[in-house]
Design a protein around this ligand. Structure first.
Ligand code: NDP
Length: 250
């Protein structure tokens, strides 16, 4: 389905981003995964390229660092790559009660989750414009719709990602670029390891999710494939929850 397409996935070294990379790889795409830690990223790229076709590249970059992003895209261009599909998946959640949250924590979460999404989108724009179109998929969160205590920076960043997605959709629709956001529910990944290890919280999530289970990274990847497909060419500025029904339930 994606033969000849180049897909850049920030946060592609593990969790949801890695599952998205695997899904696009299985559909014939050329993959570039991006994250901060070289060794983990290199290993992920090697494992993802299961057919040994050299179709997965690793690009080390802190998406919240403007200079690092500029350098990464200079590298991409030096490789002769032009991105057709961008998945902004890199994200962190640093927890602290609001009254005790330092400006450093607030800024770090905003830099990575929101400014990173802006920086990467801006970099791919001329590439997509030159190609006559493209797809941008931003991974938001349930926390862009509803809120839990102790994660105010995360909540603010993901609310920003949701609205920024609509801003891209509106401004770049004339260039045949579609931008949509995915809201994953509670997904079994490292980010949630502390929550999953808490038996009480685990039971709470299973009970609260109408589907009666945690989501899998592959559930989110399937939605990303759809939004990147030509079948979604007239869908832009939308927010798709992949949450087993949590947002639909009271
Ligand atoms: P993981 O912690 O498993 O993976 C996060 C990925 O982002 C890693 O590849 C990590 O690599 C990368 N990353 C983090 N910071 C940066 C940075 N500054 N620059 C580049 N890469 C970075 O998280 P998940 O897979 O669970 O989450 C992925 C996305 O989905 C996040 O945006 C998260 O907010 C969102 N989400 C997750 C949910 C869940 O239930 N798991 C629910 C809703 C939303 P490294 O640390 O090496 O840089």
């Amino acid at each position: 389905m994606f033969n000849g397409k180049c897909v850049l996935i920030s946060g592609g070294s593990r969790g949801i981003g890695r599952a998205i990379a695997a899904a696009f790889y299985a559909q014939g795409a050329e993959i570039i995964i991006m994250s901060r830690h070289q060794e983990e990223l290199r290993r992920a790229a090697q494992e993802l390229d299961s057919k040994h076709e050299g179709r997965v590249q690793a690009l080390v970059c802190d998406v919240g660092d403007q200079d690092a992003v500029a350098q990464a895209f200079a590298q991409l261009k030096a490789w002769g790559k032009s991105v057709n599909i961008l998945v902004n998946c890199a994200g962190v959640n640093l927890r602290a009660p609001l009254a005790e949250m330092s400006v450093e924590i607030w800024q770090q979460v905003l830099d990575i989750n929101l400014t990173g999404t802006f920086l990467l989108s801006k970099q791919v724009f001329p590439m997509m414009q030159a190609q006559g179109g493209g797809k941008i998929i931003n991974i938001a969160s349930l926390m862009s719709e509803i809120v839990r205590p102790g994660i105010s920076a995360y909540v603010a960043s993901k609310g920003g990602v949701k609205m920024f997605t609509k801003a891209i959709a509106v401004e770049w629709a004339p260039y045949n670029i579609q931008a949509n956001a995915i809201i994953p529910g509670y997904i079994e990944t490292e980010l949630n390891a502390p929550l999953m290890a808490d038996e009480k919280f685990n039971q709470f999530i299973v009970k609260r999710t109408p589907a009666g289970r945690w989501g899998k990274p592959e559930d989110v990847a399937a939605a990303a494939l759809f939004l990147a497909s030509s079948g979604a060419d007239f869908i832009t500025g939308q927010v798709l929850a992949v949450d087993g029904g949590i947002l639909a339930a009271l």
